[in-house]
Write a protein that binds this ligand. Structure first.
Ligand code: NAG
Ligand code: NAG
Length: 302
């Protein structure tokens, strides 16, 4: 009998699967972004501050950022970009990383600020990191989402990447989309489209808020705290800081149809993250937003 039930369950899943496939193919099949190509740090990046707290290995193919009680450190891309695919392999601060924050993000330089953030909030040994993401458009942020990861991000390198085109911004962890922010210009939501952004990364002390809301302080006797990086892949349309559009707009691989929306498989993986790993989503924070932000529906967050 158990057998029959599972057969009919299998049949049901099959039918549902077929329906999902049929419904989700109006001519668009999504594709994962192009495979990143690892290059040395110096090809795409320069240190921003506390140069002596960055260490280089294998000709700069791997670097480490150091945080001690004197200072953290950071680096930024040489170029500014309008759209593209940006990826970094990061191994986060191991052991007791409570109070530390490691960030990897895109940011414009203008006052009507656009920003696309990955922020990794450290924790006491054995306690889970939180990955917080945020999207600022036209100076407005307050779109935090927080997840736990399905692996220990301090044990090995994992890739964290952002796909940004005129249609959507997708955050990937390895090949899994963990967040999408669709262009909802038609709903009155600003979307980053005319301000080039640079990439930034940094490691700093944020023990006033990062771990358990600031309750857990950085244990300086455990310093230095070390985050490791490699990959340094950038495949974007490079533009001057004042540019309003990209010269090759519409012609690059990330502009093509398969990158304009997630496909059914990618939505399934995104839903898996939402159901199993999400801790906080501004879209469902009724005490903060009485009215659901319009992009949340289109992003299928609610
Ligand atoms: C740290 O660990 C505690 C206890 O497991 C957990 O509640 C918290 O979400 C974890 N992460 C951060 C960044 O506070
Ligand atoms: C900080 O680290 C030291 C050395 O490992 C340890 O003895 C101490 O208990 C730690 N303090 C906290 C608050 O975890």
């Amino acid at each position: 009998m158990g057998c029959r039930n599972s057969n009919s369950l299998a049949m049901l899943l099959l039918v549902v699967g077929v329906v999902v496939v049929v419904v989700s193919v109006p001519g668009v099949v999504g594709a994962p972004p192009r495979r990143p190509v690892a290059v040395p740090f110096g090809r795409n990046y320069v240190p921003t501050w506390a140069f002596d707290h960055i260490k280089y290995y294998n000709g700069g193919s791997e670097i480490q950022l150091y945080l001690d009680k004197y200072t953290g450190t950071g680096f930024q891309s040489k170029g500014s970009y309008l759209f593209g695919h940006f990826s970094m392999d990061i191994k986060l601060v191991p052991g007791d990383s409570a109070g530390t924050v490691t960030a990897f993000y895109l940011s414009s330089q203008n006052s009507e600020h656009d920003e696309i953030d990955f922020e990794f909030l450290g924790n006491r040994s054995g306690q889970p990191y939180i990955l917080q993401t945020n999207v600022f458009t036209g100076g407005k942020g307050n779109r935090e989402q927080r997840i736990y990861l399905w692996f220990d991000p301090t044990q090995a390198f994992h890739s964290y990447s952002i796909l940004w085109n005129l249609y959507q911004i997708v955050f990937f962890v390895d090949d899994v989309p963990i967040r999408v922010f669709k262009n909802c210009k038609d709903l009155g939501v600003r979307f980053p489209f005319n301000q080039p952004m640079k990439l930034y990364s940094s490691l700093w002390n944020a023990d006033d808020w990062a771990t358990r809301g600031g309750l857990e302080k950085t244990n300086w006797s455990k310093a230095p705290f070390i985050a490791s990086y490699k990959g340094f892949h950038i495949d974007g349309c490079e533009a001057s800081v004042e540019a309003k559009f990209c010269a090759t707009q519409g012609q690059r691989w990330w502009d093509q149809r398969e990158f304009q929306d997630l496909d059914a498989m990618q939505y399934r993986r995104l839903n898996w993250v939402r159901q199993k790993y999400t801790i906080y989503n501004y879209c469902t924070d009724r005490s903060r937003y009485g009215v659901i932000p319009p992009e949340c529906r289109r992003d299928r967050d609610i």
